[in-house]
Design a protein around this ligand. Structure first.
Ligand SMILES: NC(=O)c1ccc[n+]([C@@H]2O[C@H](COP(=O)([O-])OP(=O)(O)OC[C@H]3O[C@@H](n4cnc5c(N)ncnc54)[C@H](O)[C@@H]3O)[C@@H](O)[C@H]2O)c1
Length: 355
């Protein structure tokens, strides 16, 4: 078996590549990455030790992909300019060339040389104005859906499903993901591409070089571990914004099932996330981090909200749970513990990034 993971030196890609290696010791696992993300280069030794082939390449360049000179049973595209803030400073070129034109290069490669294709999309495809209309009430630790009020289409007490509006603006990053989804849909129908789209909400776990721009939940644990200050940004600065968290190993368990039946489910798109039971606010996360790391850190309020901030997103993954009899196994607490264990074991390596 041959598996290709683009963006494979990033957080999710490297976690998936390592899981593939564990699960299929004899498979050829190829990781393709341009190492743009700081910290990605630190995975290269791990790949060498695990006999994962690393190819330095850029999805913006179709020849880099065809230069792989091989066919693959499965192709997971985890490469991206991955922050919702990307392009907001007016510099869109890298974002669009990677997340949109790069997707097209991946699709061209996939339809010629690959059996099955999984695209990691994002819950950021959903409309920000619609998300801001979700009726919320404030409890001591978090925002919650006010289920007594009329809820917009696609929202229930279980969270946001695939039918929620994508109609209005959704961030430049989200737009590149939504446009990629549309392209994939056309490749499925025009060329019979065996592709599945996973609209992931927050993925967090060991190996993530979290920053305040992307991977803030891992950053939260890291700053508790290294005793560095943090800030609650937006929505008054109280840390009540809520997200659901998914561990990359749980994502892998799903992708394995999806690849196994990719021809049956081709063209389908799914919300994939930890769900309401694995959701947390930053304020609640602080308490978990204190328990797990034994440390308290200063957290300053920054009340101002940016244009792409949303107070609440929890994925309703009922569709994917029913098609694949899958559910996430790791709780928020376990995810935090897992990140903490990684930081402890890899302290000398990770400190250069987090300190
Ligand atoms: N982490 C999350 O919470 C989350 C949530 C939803 C969706 N996703 C999606 O999952 C995928 C993986 O995200 P991640 O968290 O691992 O991000 P990441 O930034 O850690 O990994 C992305 C990788 O892509 C590589 N890359 C960037 N531009 C490239 C290019 N032009 N050519 C080749 N490689 C390139 C980077 O070097 C990096 O290693 C992305 O598509 C992201 O949009 C992530």
């Amino acid at each position: 078996m041959k598996i290709l993971v683009t963006g494979g030196a990033g957080f999710v890609g490297s976690s998936l590549a390592m899981e593939f290696r564990k699960c299929f010791p004899k498979a050829k696992v190829v990781v393709f990455d341009n190492l743009r993300r700081r910290g990605a280069e630190l995975n290269l030794n791990r790949f060498k030790r695990s006999e994962i082939e690393f190819v330095h390449g850029d999805i913006r360049c179709s020849e880099d992909l065809t230069g792989l000179g091989d066919k693959f049973d499965f192709f997971i595209d985890a490469s991206a300019s991955s922050s919702v803030h990307d392009g907001q400073d007016g510099h869109l070129s890298y974002l669009v060339q990677t997340n949109l034109l790069g997707t097209m290069n991946c699709l061209e490669f996939a339809r010629r040389y690959c059996g099955g294709f999984v695209f990691l999309s994002s819950s950021r495809v959903y409309s920000i104005p619609e998300l801001l209309k979700i009726p919320l009430q404030e409890s001591k630790g978090r925002f919650e859906i006010d289920t007594d009020k009329e809820l917009p289409h696609g929202l229930s007490g279980s969270g946001i499903n695939e039918t929620f509006s994508t109609a209005e603006f959704r961030s430049l990053y989200g737009a590149t993901k939504l446009a990629s989804e549309l392209l994939i849909e056309e490749y499925v129908h025009s060329f019979g591409l065996n592709a599945i789209i996973d609209r992931c909400s927050v993925i967090a776990g060991p190996g993530q070089w979290g920053t305040s721009e992307q991977g803030v939940f891992t950053l939260w644990v890291a700053n508790h571990f290294f005793q560095k200050s943090l800030s609650y940004t937006g929505f008054g600065g109280f840390g009540k914004q809520v997200r659901d968290l998914l561990h990359p190993s749980d994502l892998f368990a799903l992708i394995l099932q999806q690849l196994d039946s990719v021809d049956r489910y081709r063209g389908k798109l799914y919300n994939v996330g930890g769900g309401m039971e694995n959701s947390t606010s930053l304020k609640e996360l602080t308490e978990i981090c204190k328990k797990v790391t034994g440390n308290s850190v200063q957290i300053d309020p920054i009340p101002n909200t940016t244009k792409v901030d949303i107070p609440f997103f929890v994925s309703d993954s009922a569709q994917v749970r029913s098609d694949f009899s899958w559910k996430p196994e790791r709780t928020v607490f376990q995810i935090v513990e897992d990140i903490w264990t990684w930081l402890k074991h890899e302290r000398e390596t990770v400190k250069d990034i987090f300190l």
